[in-house]
Design a protein around this ligand. Structure first.
Ligand SMILES: *Cc1c(COP(=O)(O)O)cnc(C)c1O
Length: 877
């Protein structure tokens, strides 16, 4: 193998060696008349052998039995539920592969502009049910599975969630994939194939969160196709030597292999089936034979381990980058994934045979948060060092191709990397970042910092604020700044959030460049999973009522508006309420079978499920619950009779290193233990913390909720998407004036939402007061002070355990719980009052669902397609 240090190649640019068969290459032979010739063998034999999608029950059972007997090598007498699920899944996979193949060939022939969604997280959940529904085959499979002696619901429960994400950001990526395929857009996802997804959450007897590994690939995963022949070499460390012509040679260091795994993404009632390509890291040559022969076996094994480690585990932090600050493995993951994805994208583009300058006409790359920001210097490296383009031309291509979505304005969540770490791991990229900082031709005039200097002469502070490099020990690379000068467009994820991005963290850039690069795309959710799949009875009622097949309204969600008049129809309301009740019973059954606890299904179901984070204020919720408990204890029996019974559900994971968030879980669990055991109050108030929150758990919880809580400190929640899921399923919302809550209220009517709390513009001043002119809680909010004293006093066991948590409120109160507590309690009282009028409540519920159409992720993805990527739907025929 030639080496970069080989005298014959020294000084020449090094092109990465790729072992790739061009799977998607398409160069058909044509005959004299210009007609396409069959590529090989006898066309008739090929066509006769070609498999279609089986839709009748007999073909389906045949295919399942075939997989039982051949793929699994089992028989009817030794087949359990897991085996039956696997055989049925493999049979569905055959259908997906047929559609997937047709789609990819079709795209290759048509060569449309494509969009690529780069996300470090894809929180997919389960696939079996979703695939059956999108293919329109669920009824047939149910019948076939019954005939084979199994139960569909039991088989669905066999599948493990693909938990390759932390929360909202990863779930958003999954919804966008579903919408891209359903709206027939040529979009691929790129991510990492983590061997271990988000950790499994256990709760200890003391109420503490314990983390266990998530070996989701333990029993084989039928939903992925290994593409051993699609692989790329990715380099780390080594040296970057600049040449005189502006290029550089990067050599030495460590090389690892990225191997592709493809996950098929079926559209809803369409042949279009898109791809999610996940990369796995492997040692380049297995064992390094040289060191093996030299007797250094241990070293050889070690390097193979360190290559495999790159895609071993998902980092379990959400909105808290500080917890992996300086973690080299995390940066390695980010580069490994962007480098492999870009190599793959560039190769596919080159197969079209167009000049590289036309790259932006065929490729749009969307970056989900700053995690893939290295795509900018990496694409520059490819264009300058490998394609030998002049710097300015390369920069123009990059800035016309790449788009960036911002997901947070929380300062602790803004990504930064220490310069020494990046210099060591990615020496060439560090050079390029420095060059961009200094020499980028910006606004067709000047170099970036020079251009800033010229526009604001003498404003050194502004220069320092805007630089890609933050001064300090060590210096740090600001990924969001790199993102927003290297991208064609930047967007936030809800109206308020996009405004905040423009007026806070990227203010200098908006002033510098004008506002046209900065816009908003409000998040969405897929109604396939978050209505049809999780709430089949409601979906069926909607189809029946609208007299429209779900294959139509699920892809045109604005049609839900036609439900509005039925809010006045008593018979319809009765059906609506009965479905909510059955969904509550389904959840109660789930809690009974998994935790052995009996839930009161006659109570109002009040749900807060999301990652545990101080800004999301689960603490406010549990303190509100305790307040309610103390109030109930004070009441006479007669007074209690008038109280609206309530069951409060919590679920969510805390980052393993997030001490305060974990303490909140502990308070919830221990408060629940005492409250639920109190015979005086337990008919009126119970609390559950359901462990191990996941997409599948969300699918059971969301349809059962009467009210859900989205109570972040104003200005901190970028959008939220679980708020949309609840409202789509007819649950009402209690929340702050934050994120997408605001747009939901605009859509469903403010009288159908329970708002409380301070508004965003007040937050900064209030924080200032808490820091410099603190007022004791006893004065500021006596009701809250009583609750805090009760906890500290030990009603839920040793109160001192909770001091660090309660002190965040007593001192500083950064998330303003003392400021919002009274109005929060007031809002909950209004919820109780409204719930007493059942008929009115159901009307609100129906109106809410009816007005949620615009929160379909179909709307969001079409906005990206039209206003950002400039791609169009193409139907596979
Ligand atoms: C939708 C969803 C989220 C996002 O919830 P938010 O309340 O918007 O933060 C997180 N986790 C899972 C499993 C989800 O389905």
């Amino acid at each position: 193998m030639t080496s970069v240090l080989d005298p014959k190649t020294i000084g020449k640019p090094v092109r990465p060696r790729r072992h790739v068969r061009t799977l998607t290459g398409y160069t058909p032979d044509v005959d004299e008349s210009g007609k396409e010739k069959w590529p090989r063998g006898e066309e008739k034999v090929w066509k006769e052998g070609t498999r279609g999608v089986d839709t009748d029950v007999t073909s389906i059972t045949k295919s399942i039995v075939n997989h039982v007997q051949t793929s699994l090598a089992r028989q009817a007498y030794n087949l359990d539920d897991l085996g039956a699920y696997q055989a049925a899944a493999l049979s569905v996979r055959d259908d997906l592969i047929v559609n997937w193949n047709d789609t990819q060939l079709f795209y290759t022939k048509k060569a449309p502009k494509r969009a690529y969604y780069l996300s470090l997280e894809f929180l997919m959940g389960r696939t079996f049910d979703n695939a059956l529904l999108n293919l329109g085959l669920k009824d047939q499979y149910r019948e076939g599975i019954t005939k084979l002696g199994f139960n569909m619901e039991d088989l669905l429960e066999q599948e493990r969630d693909a938990g390759l994400g932390n929360g909202g950001l990863g779930r958003l990526a999954a919804c966008y994939l579903d919408s891209s395929a359903s709206q027939e857009l040529p979009v691929w996802g790129y991510g990492l194939r983590y061997k271990y997804g988000i950790f499994q959450q256990h709760i200890s007897p003391e109420g503490q969160q314990l983390e266990g590994p998530d070996p989701w690939l333990e029993s084989q995963n039928p939903w992925e196709l290994p593409r051993i022949d699609v692989n790329y070499e990715v380099r780390f460390y080594g040296t970057a030597e600049r040449l005189e012509d502006g290029r550089a040679i990067w050599h030495g260091g460590q090389e690892v292999l990225a191997v592709a795994y493809d996950v098929m993404v079926p559209g809803c009632y369409t042949k279009n089936t898109n791809n999610l390509r996940l990369w796995e890291s492997k040692p380049k040559r297995g064992f390094d034979l040289m060191s093996f022969n030299a007797g250094d076996y241990e070293h050889a094994v070690e390097s193979s381990n360190s290559a495999a480690a790159i895609t071993s585990v998902l980092y379990p932090n959400d909105h808290t980058t500080c917890m992996f600050l300086g973690k080299e493995l995390r940066l390695k993951q980010q580069y490994f994934w962007t480098a492999a994805s870009l190599a793959d994208i560039v190769r596919r583009f080159k197969n079209i045979g167009k000049p590289i300058t036309e790259f932006p006409d065929y490729v749009a790359i969307q970056l989900n948060d700053t995690h893939p920001t290295l795509a900018i210097p990496e694409l520059m490296r490819i264009l300058v060092d490998e394609e030998e383009l002049p710097w300015g031309q390369a920069w123009k291509i990059v800035t016309n191709t790449v788009f960036y979505t911002n997901h947070t304005v929380l300062p602790e969540a803004l990504e930064k990397w220490p310069v020494p770490l990046m210099e060591n791991l990615l020496p060439r990229h560090m050079q390029i970042i420095y060059d961009i900082n200094l020499y980028v031709f910006h606004c067709h005039t000047m170099f970036f910092l020079q251009a800033v200097e010229r526009k604001y002469p003498g404003d050194r502070e502004r220069l320092a604020r805007m630089s890609l490099i933050e001064e300090g020990y060590p210096k740090q690379v600001r990924m969001a700044h790199l993102a927003c000068i290297g991208y064609r467009k930047v967007n936030g994820v809800a109206e308020l959030h996009s405004e905040l991005v423009k007026t806070t963290i990227l203010k200098d850039f908006v002033e510098f460049e004008g506002p046209s690069k900065f816009s908003n795309v409000t998040n969405g959710i897929t109604p396939r999973r978050w209505l049809d799949q999780c709430n089949p009875e409601l979906s069926a009622l909607i189809s029946k009522t609208l007299k429209v097949d779900k294959s139509v309204w699920l892809k045109n969600l604005d049609m839900l508006k036609k439900l509005l008049p039925f809010a006045e129809d008593a018979a319809f309301r009765k059906e609506w309420a009965a479905i909510k009740q059955r969904n509550k019973e389904r959840l109660a059954h789930h809690v009974q079978t998994t935790l052995g606890l009996t839930v009161n299904t006659n109570a109002m179901f009040d749900v807060q499920i999301k990652r545990l984070h101080e800004y999301k204020r689960q603490t406010l919720n549990i303190l509100g619950v305790i307040h309610r408990y103390l109030a109930l204890k004070q009441m006479s029996a007669a007074e209690r009779k008038k109280v609206n019974p309530r069951v409060v559900f919590f679920a969510g994971k805390a980052a393993p290193g997030y001490y305060i968030a974990k303490l909140t879980i502990r308070l919830i669990v221990n408060a629940a233990r005492i409250i639920n055991a109190d015979p005086e109050t337990r008919d009126l108030l119970t609390v559950y913390f359901l462990p191990d929150y996941s997409v599948s758990l969300a699918e059971v919880l969301i349809p059962s909720s009467d009210i859900s809580q989205h109570i972040s400190t104003a200005g901190t929640e970028a959008s939220g998407t679980s708020n949309m899921k609840f409202c789509l399923n007819g649950g009402l919302l209690v929340g702050t004036v934050d994120g997408a809550n605001i747009e939901i209220a605009e859509a469903v009517g403010e009288n159908n939402v329970f708002f409380f709390g301070h508004l965003t513009p007040a937050v900064e001043d209030l924080r200032y007061q808490h820091t410099y002119h603190p007022v004791p809680v006893e004065e500021k909010c006596p009701a809250l002070a009583k609750v805090l004293d009760a906890v500290s006093g030990g009603i839920f066991g040793d109160g001192s355990v909770y001091d660090p948590l309660l002190n965040t409120i007593r001192q500083g109160d950064y998330y303003l719980i003392t400021e919002d507590f009274d109005s929060y309690i007031g809002a909950l009282a209004m919820v109780d009052e409204a719930y007493l009028n059942k008929d009115e409540w159901i009307k609100k519920s129906i109106r809410t669902t009816a007005n949620m159409g615009i929160f379909s992720s179909d709307r969001a993805i079409l906005e990206y397609a039209e206003s950002f990527w400039n791609i169009e739907p193409i139907k596979v025929t």
